[in-house]
Design a protein around this ligand. Structure first.
Ligand code: FAD
Length: 656
């Protein structure tokens, strides 16, 4: 089967091509070339030795005095039953599932995060204009259980962070969580049959870090996907004498204001450059535009911006229109998913009814049950890609027309029009971003895909012209989740060694993604991870994290149920099971062929797909595809396995 899949993939690669109503083939080639260069010049701020840059990702929010005074919940040489890496919505949902399913008591759980508090993404990111782009009624998890009603259809960042704290408090997790701590290495100890976890805890600028090791029976990696900020390594960057920072650590000392009170009064009279026009900048630009003397928006590729239609929640109507019955949140999440994956029945109610639900061609990213498994002949592939372009054209035309309607200067409007298909980037939503370009102090600097060519002591250079600025803000995103072929170890920045000292990174690098259902791999017992590779991808990430927690909790509860009381369970997926699952994924991977030739971004590892020509290497990447028929179909697939009841493909033994 695997050989057949290899051959089919080879045919797919031969047959791939990009089509667009803009005849964008030439542009796509330029972007592919650009992506090759771009790959070499993106700087990961978490890995650089350059102090001025590494300081940009230090934690500005941690209350070191408060945290240093607390009794640390994880002790040197301690042994814990359930250890969760990450205290964002992924980690929190693992903990809640274990508790709610009766698998663990709160005192058996420990969480840990590099951050100084709960929330993950929503702890680190506090930039002005930050909101969720998925409706908060389906994005914020556990609304029914906590009884919380979000203030707006799209909640602001501080409210989303506060909800994470609410969950931690309700499920008694606050004093079980160690903050400001990096996990550096996780190693399977053959003797004790436990995981050894080596960590480094920062204690603030006045104290040396603590390094120590502890042990855990079960390890859950919930380290997120967009956690390592990056910037382009523009020549002259360090010569800049003004202030620079990344949006992932917004510097309110420079701008004035705070996350709760976004009066950026220190920007008055200042000349500001914002580099990058992806989702973050769509939120930031309108807020900075209100205060800055001059604002230069440096664009590589235009974003596609749909209306947000923000609305406050009316608590009286919430109960009748949204929270209509028990189980409403899951029902609404599934309903949204069906619209996103082009799977809604013609008469199905569109509960969320926003801009995610009117772009069926975006299912080229998410998967869709509305297509057969796509064959690999050039004809079948062309037909498949054509179908998606036909589906996409009216939607993207509407997006482009809206730019022309909103932006008064026609030359600026032309440059702001996204020429690529909808599935090349995550959509953005704003009622004020495009409008900002009508303000006299806001200037679009379009770089035709190249980015700035230089930074000088006093400004930023685009096409040989220098623009003097006082502040440069990078909204240039994060290391892509596909780095290290999407290995859970690479994504977490942790060295992970399983049975016989096997390195998880090496396993991925030699074979590509190799999992059972996406969340566990052979040779790494009692270790689970979140992710989309060989699993499912949804636009609503937090919903997906809940589904993962539910499936993983099933593995653990079965393991606990099947060993004698007092015994320690060891649960491990078999090689055969993961090979068979990998083949299922590979056989379906041609579905995602419309994505080939997209502009660089985190969806495609900043153009990595264009750089790799070796077929075996491409095959490894194809193994990391998601389930091509969308989340509802994937849920059915894993549910059938659970319903069968024998834990087929999984071994459960006792330690010792
Ligand atoms: P995270 O929230 O990223 O949490 C992971 C945590 O793990 C982090 O706090 C990190 O510090 C910690 N960690 C990682 N490695 C280590 C290590 N080695 N040691 C210690 N700690 C470690 N998704 C949506 O669906 N809708 C949205 O509207 C949306 N908006 C977003 C806006 C921004 C600005 C960003 C960056 C992302 C957005 N996302 C959105 C994606 C978002 O990341 C997910 O929705 C979700 O919050 C991820 O939760 P998580 O727990 O998996 O990861």
């Amino acid at each position: 089967l695997l050989e057949k899949a290899v051959k089919e993939l080879h045919d797919i690669i031969e047959g791939l091509r990009l089509k667009s109503p803009f005849d964008a083939e030439e542009l796509a080639e330029d972007f592919a070339q650009f992506a090759k260069d771009k790959l070499e010049i993106l700087l990961s701020l978490t890995k650089t030795d350059e102090k001025r840059l590494s300081q940009l990702v230090e934690d500005p929010w941690a209350d070191h005095d408060l945290l240093n005074a607390q009794d640390p919940p994880i002790k040197e040489n301690g042994v814990y039953k359930h250890f969760i890496l990450g205290a964002g919505y992924g980690g929190l949902q693992y903990a809640v599932r274990l508790l709610e399913d009766g698998i663990a008591r709160a005192d058996e759980i420990r969480l840990l995060d590099a951050a100084g508090g709960f929330g993950g993404t929503w702890y680190w990111n506090r930039f002005p204009g930050l909101h969720c782009d998925i409706e908060s009624y389906v994005y914020l998890p556990l609304l029914e259980e906590t009884g919380y009603i979000p203030s707006k259809k799209y909640a602001p960042g501080h409210e989303i962070r506060a909800h994470a704290k609410r969950i931690a408090a309700k499920w008694n997790l606050v004093d079980k969580t160690l903050f400001r701590t990096d996990v550096e290495e996780i190693t399977w100890d053959e003797l004790s049959e436990l995981w050894n976890i080596r960590i480094k805890q920062s204690r603030g600028p006045l104290h040396s870090p603590w390094n120590f090791t502890f042990q855990a029976q079960y390890v859950y990696l919930a380290a997120g996907v967009l956690t390592k900020p990056q910037i382009p390594d523009i020549p002259g960057l360090l010569s800049f004498s003004g202030s620079l920072f990344h949006t992932a650590r917004w510097n309110y000392n420079v701008t004035g204001g705070s996350q709760e009170n976004q009066q950026l009064f220190k920007l008055n009279e200042k000349r500001v450059a914002i580099v990058g026009t992806a989702a973050t900048s769509i939120g930031v630009v309108p807020e900075v535009a209100k205060y800055a003397g001059e604002l230069y928006v440096v664009q590589r590729t235009p974003a596609y911006v749909k209306p947000r239609n923000q609305q406050p929640t009316d608590p009286k109507l919430f109960g009748t229109q949204v929270a209509r019955k028990q189980g409403w949140q899951y029902e609404r999440q599934i309903n949204l998913n069906r619209f996103m994956t082009n799977a809604a029945a013609p008469d199905e109610e569109n509960m969320v009814g926003d801009g995610w639900t009117d772009m069926p061609a975006y299912s080229a990213v998410l998967g869709s049950p509305s297509h057969q498994v796509v064959g690999s002949s050039p004809d079948e592939l062309n037909h498949h890609v054509d179908k998606f372009h036909a589906l996409d054209l009216p939607h993207m035309e509407a997006v482009r027309n809206r730019v022309a309607q909103v932006v008064k200067d026609s030359k600026t409007a032309e440059k702001l029009k996204p020429w690529f298909p909808s599935w090349c980037k995550r959509p953005t939503f704003s009622d004020t971003y495009l409008e900002s370009f009508n303000l006299p102090n806001v200037h679009l600097l379009d770089t035709g895909g190249k980015g700035p060519s230089e930074i000088t002591e006093s400004g930023i250079v685009i096409d040989d012209k220098e623009y003097p600025v006082d502040i440069i803000i990078f909204g240039t995103g994060y290391e892509p989740p596909s780095s290290g072929l999407g290995s859970p170890a690479a994504r977490t920045n942790v060295k992970i060694y399983g049975c016989g000292g096997e390195s998880l990174n090496d396993k991925w690098l030699s074979k590509g993604a190799t999992t059972f259902h996406g969340y566990a791999t052979n040779g790494f017992p009692n270790l689970f991870f979140t992710g989309i590779n060989q699993a499912t991808i949804t636009g609503n990430n937090v919903f997906m994290l809940g589904l993962i927690a539910e499936h993983v909790a099933y593995f653990v509860s079965e393991a606990e149920r099947r060993v004698e009381p007092g015994q320690r369970a060891i649960v491990e997926v078999s090689k055969e099971a993961e090979d068979s699952h990998s083949t299922e994924i590979l056989n379906r991977s041609a579905f995602f062929s419309p994505q080939v030739g997209c502009t660089p971004g985190y969806f495609n590892g900043y153009g990595e797909a264009s750089r790799i020509t070796d077929v075996a290497e491409k095959l490894k990447r194809a193994r990391g595809a998601a389930w091509s028929e969308g989340t509802v179909s994937f849920l059915r697939y894993i549910q059938e396995w659970r319903d069968e009841g024998s834990m087929k493909g999984v071994s459960i033994t006792s330690a010792g």
